[in-house]
Design a protein around this ligand. Sequence first.
Ligand SMILES: [Zn+2]
Length: 477
Amino acid sequence: MTYIPSIGLEVHVQLRTRTKMFCGCSTAFGAPPNSHVCPVCLGYPGAMPVMNVEAIRLTVQAGLMLGCEIGAFSKFDRKSYFYPDMPKNYQITQYDKPLCLGGGLEIESGGQTKTIHLTRIHLEEDVGKNTHHAGCSGVDFNRAGVPLMEIVTEPDIGSADEAMAFLLALKQTLLYAGVSDCNLEEGNLRCDVNISVRPEGTEKLGTKAEIKNINTFKGVHAALLQEIDRQTRLVAGGGRVAQQTLRWEPDLGETISMRGKEDAHDYRYFPEPDLLPVALDRAQIESWRAALPERPADRRTRLVQTYGIPVYDAGVLTADRVVADFFETAARLCGNGKTVSNWIMTDVLRLLGESGRTLAQCKLTPEMLAELIQLVERRTINLPTAKGLLPELFEKGGQPAELVAARGLGQVGGADEIGRLVDQAMAANPKSVQDFLAGKQAAAQSLVGQVMKLSRGKADPQLAGKLVAERLAAQKR
Ligand SMILES: [Zn+2]
């Protein structure tokens, strides 16, 4: 019997706002504990929340990027529970009228394309952070009240790999839209996982377990592999999965039960009386939509069609919006998308990887790359010379044409000049000529190498190859 997992994710994403959801405190990461707090986010009695419209805009824009329907009427609710990191004893969130409904995201996993449908996206405030020290515990409320968007999927995800693909595609989309920094180290993205297994061929979902608060994509993947295995073995052995909430322990590599169904919270949701409902008009939503960039998947398709590059290249180039912008600017300037794509995919991405920098942090511009490519295409310099200049442009910038002129890097001239070098190389290497005439094809390459050496690397290798072949063919006759 084969068992099929059904996985749903609840992804909490910290929005890119300067201030918190309901007060003017800063959202900056890394400040001393309890330095970004005020009566509102500390839950003082009588303090009144004020809605951060920027957080509403970012959530709606995320929803638009993900194909959601934007609710014309939305409201906030109180979710009551006691926990030391939440001083009000309730969290302001959205219960039955979230900002965004439906939507979905296309993923690719194991060579298959699949749409993961979304249930909803709602907006809420984050809680503080408990820290435990020897002999005492502390609470830092700097994070309390920071706007969080919660993206809830349908249980469409069928494996740990698909969950990973979804999270990567989601992160990419949110980065494109500029709604979050998606910085995992700073806890910008955290994930709850719902999972159940059912026998293949059946429709009804099995009893699900929930794994809370995993803060790395690798953690989600590992927790899912482990939990799919645990549930499958349990059900296959005639046992039943208990509905429960689990915690992922990355150091142990296993999930630990936090509470069972009988301990499930009753949150006593009710409408937040201190905030008005949110009624967005169409014109407002459309103006936010107009400010959004193209979706990554649409851009991939367009790059393939516009620049004639392979689907694989388009996938690599659009992984990061800045890289895709760089590519398009350079491709438009030099008119050769495939060549630009080759340069970026091999040399530029390698330099970025080696230096640990982003495109914004290096000196190379799309204009420089386009000019470098044109110098090669016009045969002003040969390809090895161009490749040799790239690391310098990457580090210091500069004008490729000026560098070539100032250093005399221009390709050694026409057929006459290179022809003389070929004669010289053949005269100096009679053994290679004999080898070639005896049937060793590789000897021709060695002669081309000699010509390149004589030209101090500045000859056009193709022209040199052609002339060597001609001369050798003449000797054969
Ligand atoms: Zn505050």
